[in-house]
Design a protein around this ligand. Structure first.
Ligand code: NI
Length: 205
């Protein structure tokens, strides 16, 4: 193949990837599409879990009766995605106000139980908002919870003092008191948008 032809193919490929990225973003962000996705994928996402909260208590889904759960998986050494998402969650909690926020339990589930002890988690989440509860557990318990929520995570070795980081998917799930998925957000969803969407579900129950 001649160099110009190769360059043309490369430019076309890059263009297609960019186009796909833009369409992908629009597709994720459109509320009607999101509602359809919740309808289709909703029944597959969620379920009971058996973990330890940041005060060292054993908890399950039944530990939060009558409350909506805002569930996010991550880890305290996360450089960007987790702090962004938790920052937006705290903005959402403030926007909802105390009465609405009382109907909602935000849960931050660690995918790095090796380093995220209850004490480490408590320090971390309370820096964002004291209403957020950190959850950890044995590797098996974390894996089971992640499976229930269709969360991907993987340990990745890195240079430097940390030794490894965690790759992980970063959806924030809003679960109803009945344990069903009501909505989900990405780490890029703004806190006020999140609050508006959550308010719609909190009002109904
Ligand atoms: Ni993260």
């Amino acid at each position: 193949m001649s160099p110009p032809a190769r360059r043309a193919i490369l430019i076309l490929a890059v263009g297609l990837v960019l186009l796909a990225a833009v369409l992908g973003t629009l597709w994720v962000m459109r509320p009607a599409q999101m509602n359809r996705l919740v309808e289709q994928a909703g029944p597959q996402i969620g379920g009971d879990f058996a973990l330890v909260d940041h005060d060292g208590r054993r908890v399950t889904q039944a530990s939060y009766p009558g409350r909506h759960l805002l569930v996010f998986f991550g880890f305290t050494n996360c450089p960007d995605v987790c702090p962004l998402a938790l920052g937006e969650v705290s903005v959402a909690l403030d926007a909802l106000g105390p009465a609405a926020a009382a109907k909602l339990q935000p849960l931050f589930v660690s995918v790095d139980p090796e380093r995220d002890t209850p004490a480490v988690l408590k320090d971390y989440v309370s820096a964002f908002d004291p209403r957020i509860t950190g959850l950890t557990g044995t590797p098996e318990e974390i894996a089971a919870a992640a499976r229930a929520y269709r969360v991907y995570f993987k340990k990745v070795p890195v240079e430097g003092a940390l030794g490894y980081t965690m790759d992980h998917s970063a959806f924030v799930y809003l679960m109803g008191p009945d344990g069903r998925l009501e909505a989900f957000f990405t780490h890029e969803t703004k806190g006020d948008q999140m609050a508006k969407k959550i308010q719609g579900f909190l009002g109904a129950s």
